[in-house]
Design a protein around this ligand. Structure first.
Ligand code: PMT
Length: 314
């Protein structure tokens, strides 16, 4: 079998060729290059954290779409921990999902945090004052120190094009770069050219749609886009009996450095880091009520990344 068919390069090329182009590509490239240059010349490690689920539009002027579940909590909490560990983070996130530094805020912060003592003033409600202060200060500090670059996506088309742009832009950062792929990425899609333009009409019985397979980008990312980067992928299952087996297969198949395996209902309490050096169960600290699984997970990943950089000899 040739390397082309192993990697599915033909499928990948045709996916990108048939994708609607990114609307603001030049602006994204400009932001990315500035952020990467600033941080890599300062010797800082850079991680791309992907977060939230991708959508698959069913119509070009999209009214209906298929979605992949992810609240974005994992990606947001991991981003905070990477920044704390000294990394610069490119946060590639689904619009409308959980954002870094916002976990302590109520669900609807604008409506619940603020009050109007009179017509000209706006005030933070005393019960939320500390949470709002910390969220605003931490986020502003991360952005001002060029530690956080946020790039939003919605569709699978946007996500994969942006991931490729980021990987290409980070190529020269080599082993000091990392991909932490926590986004829930569509496995099936409607190719743009075979998609209807206008809203699908209802009233004529059941709807038949043929979905094509989205090429797995992990192989291409590892082999072509960013071969020297440290790469962490995720495996989500709802059946715990097959989780570790699936994660182990993904580790071998895509040659990533570790796979974070999680089961949907327990994902906030426990994950298993599957790698060639064995499987490590990571949980939150039971003695600390405010502790989250990402505190220990990112500590472990950062340690593994340090070892990788040393082995690389930089
Ligand atoms: O956001 P939360 O609510 O906090 O939940 C976090 C999470 C459960 C979403 C997260 O921890 C997680 O597991 N994310 C990955 C979910 C997923 O899509 O798993 P998968 O088995 O379908 O994909 C496995 C890997 O293949 C992923 O790293 C993905 O980036 C990659 N992939 C997937 C599809 C595709 N076409 N190409 C890919 O490269």
């Amino acid at each position: 079998m040739s390397s082309i068919s192993v990697l599915g390069e033909d499928e990948v090329s045709s996916f990108f060729e048939s994708s609607p182009p990114l609307k603001n590509m030049e602006e994204i490239v400009h932001k990315l290059n500035g952020f990467i240059q600033l941080n890599s010349t300062g010797g800082r490690r850079i991680v791309c954290v992907t977060s939230g689920g991708t959508t698959v539009p069913l119509e070009q002027r999209c009214v209906r779409y298929i979605d992949n579940f992810s609240s974005g909590n994992r990606g947001a909490a991991s981003t905070e921990n990477f920044v704390k560990a000294g990394y610069a983070v490119i946060f590639l996130f689904r619009r409308g999902t959980c954002q870094p530094y916002c976990r302590s805020l109520p669900d609807d912060p604008f409506l619940e945090c603020f009050q109007f003592p009179d017509n000209t003033n706006i005030r933070v409600h005393a019960s939320h004052a500390e949470a709002v202060k910390m969220a605003v200060m931490d986020q502003q500090a991360a952005v001002a120190e060029a530690r956080l670059l946020k790039l939003p996506f919605t569709t699978i088309y946007e996500y994969l094009q942006m991931l490729r742009l980021i990987a290409t832009a980070m190529k020269d950062v080599g082993p000091c770069s990392m991909f932490y792929l926590a986004a829930a990425v569509s496995d099936f899609y409607v190719p743009w050219k075979s998609m209807v333009e206008h809203k699908i009409e209802s009233g004529s019985g059941p709807l038949d749609i043929r979905l094509a397979q989205v090429p797995k980008m992990l192989s291409i990312l590892r082999t072509n886009w960013a071969p020297k980067a440290f790469c962490i992928s995720f495996k989500l299952e709802t059946d715990s009996k097959i989780l570790i087996e699936k994660a182990t297969k993904a580790l071998q198949k895509y040659k990533v450095h570790a796979v974070v395996a999680n089961e949907l209902s327990t994902r906030k309490e426990e994950v298993v880091v599957v790698s060639s050096s064995g499987n490590v169960v990571v949980r939150c600290n039971s003695e600390k009520p405010e502790s989250i699984v990402e505190d220990n997970l990112i500590r472990l990943i950062v340690d593994r990344h340090s070892t990788y950089i040393k082995e690389f000899g930089t």
